[in-house]
Design a protein around this ligand. Structure first.
Ligand code: MTE
Ligand code: HPA
Ligand code: MOS
Length: 763
């Protein structure tokens, strides 16, 4: 099967969107032409993090130029509730506010400027209540979103007694701003009989549909949600696009006019949740031979003021708390702690990276105490096929293959020696090197979400139109789905068009998340295409006087028993149409054989795991505390990549985003719960200068991937976790300068923290 789809204009294009992107023709929410009479929304949001609303006075705002109406919780015809997993989140604050940035009122005006001007004229009196920003404090006060969960295998207590070495410590990782280029937003247009069409920048069209249905108190069939593409989501629009869509829907419902609200960058940063900060304790026990015999971890997740997706994120922290290692005795407990910050949410890796940072910290601590390279411990404990994860799934592992290949390909011994030589020769410049193995489970951890549908139409001219629930956000899912149809039918890709994700064409969709969109929606598309192909073969066989299974389509020509026939693709399609054979199909795919027992905390939640090994090298300026990443070299388990251009791009993007999280992106809330890093001038993401000078991605072709689309393993999230290696490379560079540094396991390791660490612990 030739998966590398060729475009008729010659050559291979990685992404079908590249053409319109580079010409500025791609349509995002803000590019949708506004219907005349469109109104614009803006939120008045809480200036303080916790308190009781005593008085809300918007009389001045109402008089402000262009203002049409102001909505509060009182105007909600259905339920003032947008909590997905737990019903604990009001769309508009009723009597209490729980975080700075919590929407209190929606102002609707004839222009964006008028709406935002009026926001400034709203006055509110709030009696303050105590503010919690720290998850450990929240846990102490029993402010938990859900009861704690514990994953367990073997018996840690008795195992520690048998360990030659036991180390304990604490590790903290901070949040991360999604910083999708396109901010959150929605556009709601009223239609007949009280129904609405909602354009939303969301990863989850059905989530938006459900939220609007709940808020308006109307059935889901009245709500058409349409998503053409996103300018990035990264998890931030899995759940948190709902509020803005519901606000637009609320206003459009009452005013019977189209209403649009696209957030400004600072509103987005202030009002929306981010990656969860975690504070964690660990205890690790090793044998004399550096086998990890026992591991305990306690995770305090900073959930923010409402559940949002936190319980699911918490679960994935536990699933990935041993990263790619086999540890026979594990006990990991996780608390989802309620604080007065905006509700934190999905972010590439979905809690997994936070769990992996802790085990890597534990290994680093052990290595430093034992005066060996962490890689000595890492390598010896990589999980092997047949070994068990703490949650009961048996590994089909590529961990060793990836590691060994990386060692060879990138000449690890030589690279390590070069770092040593460099450090011996340089006093104020130090290099650090670290290895980062990864292991990430593919599937939504909630089994029921692993389903998808695809609607395929073949038109009488032979062109094909496909709808699924997958949302294109730069990750290339539409291109992969297009490849499916082009391959099953063996037709030119330019005969295939991928439609917007739309709740009237595809119902009950899972969000485009968990890296599973291509697997789920691609599989459903494959089923639908195969169904239509089967019908076409029957038609062809009748016409050509052979059996259906003797018919084959190759590059738009119809073959009977390997001989080229008089029919081509177009003629076959037309023939089927004239014979009144259906040229459309709606197929349903559900990932087979996955299950999880929440009582026992055991099961087989993932269809497969993705593995890899990264080697990160950094050069540190020990006078200034600034650093540059020389290279990130990875061997990544792609299965058999169906689109290397896209997959390489996902690796590069994920790596840089991971490095940003671990080394420079610093979210700062003050004690009052106010976001200090609330703009791009105070929140630094990697730019072209801070990205690694070299990123090498080696495609390790692996087997055991039959559940992946075309054996091509999911790629969206896993590469982010190579970025964790950046923290440890940098830490090693600091230790090379000052072996006694009191550097803590506290990410991001910003230049400021590096500078302090370089000169800490010295008498
Ligand atoms: N890549 C781009 N360019 N933009 C994005 O928003 N989101 C990531 C990843 N890669 C994202 C991205 C996240 S969080 C996920 S879960 C996957 O893409 C989702 O898409 P997939 O399931 O098609 O891999
Ligand atoms: N991953 C990503 N998003 C999700 C998941 C998951 O496992 N579960 C619910 N939303
Ligand atoms: Mo990705 S965090 O699952 O949207």
């Amino acid at each position: 099967m030739n998966l590398h789809v060729k475009f008729p204009s010659g050559g291979f294009r990685g992404l079908i969107d590249s053409y319109t992107h580079t010409r500025g023709e791609s349509i995002y929410l803000d590019d949708i032409p506004e219907i005349s009479g469109t109104l614009f929304g803006a939120c008045f949001d809480s200036p303080i993090a916790h308190g009781v609303i005593k008085d809300l006075d918007y009389s001045e705002a109402l008089k402000s130029e262009g203002v049409v109406r102001i909505f509060t919780s009182q105007d909600i015809p259905g339920r003032n509730q947008i909590g997905g997993i737990v019903e604990d989140e009001e769309l508009l604050a009723e009597s209490k506010v729980h975080f700075c940035g919590m929407p209190i009122a929606l102002i609707v005006a004839t222009s964006e400027e008028s709406a935002r001007l009026a926001v400034k004229k709203v006055k509110v009196k709030i009696d303050p209540l105590p503010v919690i920003t720290d998850p450990r404090e929240a846990k102490e006060k029993n402010e938990l979103i859900i009861p704690p969960r514990t994953f367990k295998i073997g018996d840690t207590a008795s195992s520690f007694e048998k360990c030659a070495y036991v180390f304990e410590g604490r590790a903290d990782s901070n949040g991360q701003e999604h910083l999708y280029i396109e901010t959150q937003g929605a556009y709601a247009v009223p239609s007949e009989n009280g129904s609405l069409k909602i354009y939303s920048s969301t990863q989850g069209p059905t989530a938006v549909q459900r939220a609007c249905s709940k808020v308006l108190g109307i059935p889901m069939h009245q709500l058409e949600v349409d998503v053409t593409r996103l300018g990035g989501g990264f998890g931030g629009k899995e759940d948190q696009a709902n509020a803005w869509a519901a606000l637009c829907a609320l206003a459009a419902f009452h005013l019977k006019r189209p209403v649009k609200y696209a957030l400004h960058r600072m509103e987005d940063m202030r009002m929306t949740g981010k990656r969860h900060p975690y504070s964690s304790d660990f205890k690790i026990g090793l044998s004399k031979e550096f086998k990890i015999l026992a591991y305990e971890a306690t995770f305090y997740q900073n959930a923010g003021a409402a559940a949002d997706l936190s319980p699911a994120v918490l679960e994935r922290t536990l699933f990935h708390c041993t990263n790619s290692y086999f540890i026979p005795n594990v006990k990991a407990t996780a608390y989802s702690c309620r604080t007065n910050l905006p509700p934190n949410t999905a972010f590439r890796g979905f809690g997994g990276p936070q769990g992996m940072f802790v085990i890597e910290s534990a290994i680093a601590k052990a290595a430093e105490e034992l005066k060996v390279n962490a890689s000595e411990i890492q390598k010896r404990n990589l999980i092997r096929t047949g070994e068990e994860f703490p949650y009961g799934q048996i590994a089909v592992s590529e961990a060793n293959e990836c590691w060994v290949k990386a060692e060879e390909l990138y000449e690890l011994n030589k690279a390590t020696q070069e770092v040593r030589n460099f450090n011996a020769e340089n006093k104020f410049l130090k290099k650090g090197i670290a290895l980062m193995p990864i292991c990430f489970g593919i599937s939504f951890t909630k089994t029921l979400m692993n389903q998808a549908r695809s609607l395929v139409h073949v038109y009488s001219d032979g062109s094909v139109n496909i709808s699924t629930g997958a949302v294109e956000m730069g990750q290339g899912v539409n291109t992969k789905i297009l490849q499916v149809a082009a391959n099953v039918f063996s037709i030119s890709p330019d005969k295939v068009k991928i439609n917007s994700a739309n709740t009237f064409r595809i119902a009950n969709t899972s969000p485009t998340a968990a890296s599973a969109a291509a697997d789920l929606n691609g599989r459903a598309t494959m089923m639908a295409c195969n169904e239509i192909l089967g019908r076409l073969k029957i038609v062809g066989a009748k016409e050509l006087g052979c059996k259906p299974d003797e018919i084959e389509i190759r590059e738009e020509c119809v073959y009977a028993n390997d001989g080229k026939s008089k029919l081509d693709w177009k003629q076959l399609v037309m023939l089927a149409y004239t014979k009144r054979v259906s040229l459309s199909e709606h197929a349903h795919y559900a990932t087979p054989d996955i299950h999880f027992d929440l009582k026992a905390e055991k099961g087989h939640p993932f269809s497969y795991h993705v593995y890899g090994t990264g080697i990160v090298t950094v050069t540190l300026d020990c006078i200034r505390g600034i650093y540059e990443f020389d290279s990130v070299k990875v061997v990544h388990d792609f299965g058999q990549s169906m689109n290397p251009v896209i997959d390489k791009g996902q690796c590069e993007g994920g790596i840089v985003q991971g490095i940003g999280w671990m080394t420079m992106e610093e979210i700062i809330y003050d004690k009052e719960g106010k976001l200090k890093s609330n703009a791009l001038s105070t929140y630094k993401v990697p730019d072209v200068y801070s990205a690694p000078k070299q990123i090498d991605v080696h495609f390790l072709e692996t087997k055991n991937n039959s559940l992946a689309l075309f054996n091509s393993k999911a790629v969206g999230e896993p590469p982010l976790m190579y970025g964790i290696g950046a923290y440890f490379a940098l830490r090693n560079a600091v230790k090379a300068f000052n072996a006694g540094s009191l550097i803590s396991f506290d990410a991001p390791l910003t230049p400021e923290k590096v500078l302090m660490a370089l000169y800490s612990g010295k008498s």
